[in-house]
Design a protein around this ligand. Structure first.
Ligand SMILES: Nc1ncnc2c1ncn2[C@@H]1O[C@H](COP(=O)(O)OP(=O)(O)OP(=O)(O)O)[C@@H](O)[C@H]1O
Length: 337
């Protein structure tokens, strides 16, 4: 089997009921309820190859979680077919669950009050992992994620970054060939993010683990995924390489300046005097953002000019979020779906 995930014409609708107001309304609700149909995932098809690392992105409410819930067997599709690691996630639930690992940012696999080590032992039992397998595989995971100092701590005492590393380890106890990650680096500081990315890359190389992740952090995708599937209002609007997607918006870069003193827009515009360099006022005192062509000469020229003429308190390159990519694609009318 070449594909780890096969999705055909997958569709999910939610029925949401609304209540009518007043006594009369409540009375009428007794007999007929008003309901609306919300299509969360709209007839999508895609497949993921064994060993592939794929980013599944889209704005809030695009339908990412709903898709992943169907792929992991938590939700039943309204229509369509799903095959994951050779299983039907709902029909063969028990066997299926043993073949995947899941890390959902908000939900924890670990028990709050007991030591990390104890949680690992319980999960080892649940997944029926042999001692040898555990020692070999988890020994590697614990070492690579640097968990040794955390093993005796109760989970509630861990920082977010420490907990995320433990969650990852917990999801991998049975060394599943497929890993689902929902926002694995959200809220983490840069060093922990880097560590987690490094780890996932290594895992993929060592075991050929297939990884499907959702993220709002473009650098997660850059570091890990060759392929991006982008969802909008339940439909796939892009499926391809990040490079090509970047080509559609990558010509622009944004830099944010916080000036020490008040600055007028016309001063900034005159300073640079180019039409492909645009300034906008941002929230915060004396904060301005410039968008400009993404080439090094232009960028350093503009930074030099600005800093020479207006004392700067702070300056940062803005990371482009996937939301912006999507917005840009719309604005430029480049969606190909
Ligand atoms: N149980 C539910 N009942 C009704 N509507 C739902 C339910 N779950 C999701 N939806 C709706 O389906 C749409 C897709 O939601 P989903 O959670 O899949 O989006 P998402 O892309 O994961 O967003 P986010 O990035 O915010 O997690 C949304 O409009 C949401 O309101």
């Amino acid at each position: 089997m070449e594909n780890m995930i096969e999705v055909q014409n997958l569709h999910k609708e939610f029925k949401t009921f609304s209540s009518r107001s007043g006594v009369k309304g409540a009375f009428r609700d007794l007999f007929t309820r008003n309901y609306k149909i919300k299509t969360a995932v709209n007839n999508i098809s895609f497949s993921v190859k064994k060993g592939e690392m794929m980013a599944y992105i889209g704005e809030n409410g695009a339908g990412k979680s709903t898709t992943i819930k169907m792929l992991t067997g938590i939700l039943t599709p309204t229509a369509g077919n799903v095959k994951v690691n050779g299983f039907h996630p709902q029909k063969e639930r028990e066997k299926f669950v043993r073949s995947i690992g899941v890390v959902f940012g908000q939900r924890s696999q670990l028990w709050w009050d007991i030591a990390v080590q104890e949680s690992f032992r319980l999960l080892k039992k649940v997944y029926q992992v042999s001692d040898e397998q555990y020692d070999e595989h988890m020994g590697y995971i614990i070492k690579t994620l640097d968990l040794e100092p955390l093993l005796d701590q109760p989970v509630r005492k861990l920082s977010l970054g420490q907990r995320m590393r433990c969650e990852l380890a917990a999801a991998l106890i049975h060394n599943p060939p497929l890993l689902f990650l929902d926002e694995p680096t959200i809220g983490l500081d840069v060093l922990v993010k880097l560590k987690i990315r490094e780890f996932l890359k290594e895992l993929n190389e060592r075991y050929g683990t297939t990884i499907l992740l959702t993220t709002h952090d473009i650098s997660d995708i850059e570091a890990l995924c060759d392929r991006v599937v982008m969802l909008d209002e339940g439909k796939i609007i892009y499926d391809g390489k990040l490079e090509e997607l970047k080509g559609q918006w990558g010509e622009e870069k944004e830099i944010q300046f916080q000036f020490i003193k008040h600055v007028e827009q016309k001063d900034l515009v005159e300073l640079v005097g180019r039409t492909d360099v645009k300034w906008k006022k941002d929230e915060g005192e004396n904060v301005w953002t410039v968008s400009l062509p993404n080439d090094e000469t232009t960028i350093s020229m503009i930074i030099a000019k600005v800093v020479q003429s207006h004392p700067v308190k702070d300056m940062k390159m803005l990371e482009i979020s996937t939301e912006e990519i999507i917005r840009n694609i719309y604005q430029e009318g480049m969606s190909n779906g």
